[in-house]
Design a protein around this ligand. Sequence first.
Ligand SMILES: NC(=O)c1ccc[n+]([C@@H]2O[C@H](COP(=O)([O-])OP(=O)(O)OC[C@H]3O[C@@H](n4cnc5c(N)ncnc54)[C@H](OP(=O)(O)O)[C@@H]3O)[C@@H](O)[C@H]2O)c1
Ligand SMILES: *[C@@H]1O[C@H](CO)[C@@H](O)[C@H](O)[C@H]1NC(C)=O
Length: 319
Amino acid sequence: MLGSLLTLIGLYSLACWLYENFRTPVLLVVKGIQQLVQANRHSLSQKYGPWAVITGGSDGIGKGYAHFLAGQGMKVALVARNESKLKKVAEEIRNKHGVETKVVVADFSKGEAVFDHLEKELVSLDIGILVNNVGVINEKPIRLERMEKRLLWNLINVNIGAATLLCRILIPAMKQRKRGLIINISSLSSLAPTPYLTVYAATKAYMTSFSVGLREELLPFGVECQTVSPGYVRTSMTEYFASAEGQESSLSKRVVNVADMIRYAGFTISKTDSTTGHWSHGFQTGVLNALPPSLRLRMFSKLYTQLLEEYSDDKQKQL
Ligand SMILES: NC(=O)c1ccc[n+]([C@@H]2O[C@H](COP(=O)([O-])OP(=O)(O)OC[C@H]3O[C@@H](n4cnc5c(N)ncnc54)[C@H](OP(=O)(O)O)[C@@H]3O)[C@@H](O)[C@H]2O)c1
Ligand SMILES: *[C@@H]1O[C@H](CO)[C@@H](O)[C@H](O)[C@H]1NC(C)=O
């Protein structure tokens, strides 16, 4: 009696885990094969519309998406702060892929003020894909009360405010055209509250919840929404963390390159509504998902308490 009850619970848990972690890979294989045998394949711009807007499109993962989408024949609009950097990347993209580009200078840390400007710059474009990629992180683990108030507010405005308001601005036209795709960049951090990166992890949990909820809202209108939750990718954002243990540390060797991530994440576009963005991050996520949330929290808590000590100002003063 007890034995069969335990078996039942075990099978139920296994089935839930298998569903959660293998739904995306199975979908990718099925849709990938479908695409191969399909006679008239639609390009991304035929399916969603000619323009792609990428926030934080001048560096790291955003720049990777910009190159990928331009390589698929889409026109790209890049949004970030540094105009000369934006122009340089836009020129690179035009030269390499021969597509039209546009740059929009905007600083999301300024809050609500920037969105009038963005609306003016963007509403006239027929936007097929919006990549809500922009994001910042505190450069090292730090106690909440020691963070500058302005930096805290920036984290919220940039990581959460930008995606939320841009969706509000761009969704009406997508709904009217009955096509479009919103790609929201969350993070593996969204899976576990993380002390000393508390606000960053919480903004990412927001992104996942926002993205999944919004997807359900948009489903009846022919507009798609994908959530991407990567682990460590080598960009300027992770420079600090990856280099802390030295360039050749086991951690930094396991960090995925933007090019590898984008090859995988790009393949998942229009095939699945949720992905880690790289198969290796799929494994990491699967392992994390197999742990009960309380144990996951203990692990993260231990790891980041260690990191807090390693990065503490006192230690830096000693160096
Ligand atoms: N790297 C990882 O390991 C990793 C893992 C999981 C999730 N993610 C997520 O992926 C996204 C991209 O990260 P990344 O590593 O590619 O970052 P990154 O290399 O630091 O690039 C950030 C981009 O955002 C722009 N940006 C920064 N602050 C801005 C602001 N206030 N207003 C407008 N634009 C701003 C930057 O250009 P300007 O400086 O010119 O503004 C740059 O184009 C983030 O949402 C991040 O949370 C990253
Ligand atoms: C903007 O980008 C350029 C070129 O990448 C760089 O040389 C410059 O220092 C950046 N400006 C600021 C204010 O960060």
